[in-house]
Design a protein around this ligand. Structure first.
Ligand SMILES: [Zn+2]
Ligand SMILES: [Zn+2]
Length: 209
């Protein structure tokens, strides 16, 4: 699935989003999800151009993978787009083409210091954009700038969408059952004690609009 951007809604207060209700395990398309605003000076707002559906998303919707239940959540943790707004202290500029890494680092633990911050037990999977905070199944996403990476001029957001999905699948194949081509995303019910491997050969990214 892709939430494709068809209009500049920056001056509006609501946007389209596909929203997950963690209490009811339901998914709903809405037109009145609030457009995010900059919170911290180093935040940026990304206007989503391509957003993937991951095997982890399926697990979340089925209640097999932990996600925020506090309020309806715009899911989507694999997306690319254009920066439309930057905080006062951000190094990014409006108009830059970017991809978002949904995971954060605590910068202290061994996992983070060895570059494997997706395994971090305090940040990592427990703060993922699109799982614990609003993500890319929406028109706009609030992102800490540490999660944002610019794309080279010769890589489009669409190409990034395809390559990012392929990379996750390869990661899944490497860590799963490559012979069957059905590598599984490890989806623990409790992430408090267990690292999580991302990536699934079942992941799919489609363009709807
Ligand atoms: Zn994923
Ligand atoms: Zn860490």
């Amino acid at each position: 699935m892709v939430v494709a951007i068809r209009a500049d809604l920056a001056q509006d207060i609501n946007m389209e989003a596909v929203v997950f209700n963690g209490k009811e395990l339901t998914l709903k398309y809405v037109k009145d999800f609030p457009i995010p605003k900059i919170v911290n000076d180093t935040d940026v707002i990304v206007k989503v151009e391509y957003s993937g559906i991951c095997g982890t998303d399926v697990h979340i919707i089925q209640g097999e993978f932990p996600a925020s239940k506090e309020r309806p959540l715009a899911m989507g943790h694999e997306f690319s787009g254009i920066i439309t707004q930057v905080g006062k202290a951000s190094v990014f500029k409006v108009g830059q083409k970017v991809v978002v890494d949904p995971n954060s680092a605590c910068h202290i633990c061994d996992h983070c210091r060895s570059g494997n911050y997706h395994y971090c037990l305090t940040a990592g999977i427990n703060s993922t954009i699109g799982i614990w905070r609003d993500g890319g199944w929406a028109e706009y996403v609030l992102c800490p700038q540490n999660n944002v990476f610019t794309l080279p001029d010769d890589i489009t957001t669409e190409q990034e969408a395809a390559s990012g999905r392929a990379a996750a699948s390869l990661r899944g194949r490497a860590s799963g059952d490559a012979a069957k081509g059905t590598a599984q995303t490890e989806a623990p019910l409790s992430t408090a004690k267990k690292p999580t491997k991302y990536g699934s050969a079942r992941c799919a990214r489609l363009r709807l609009l």
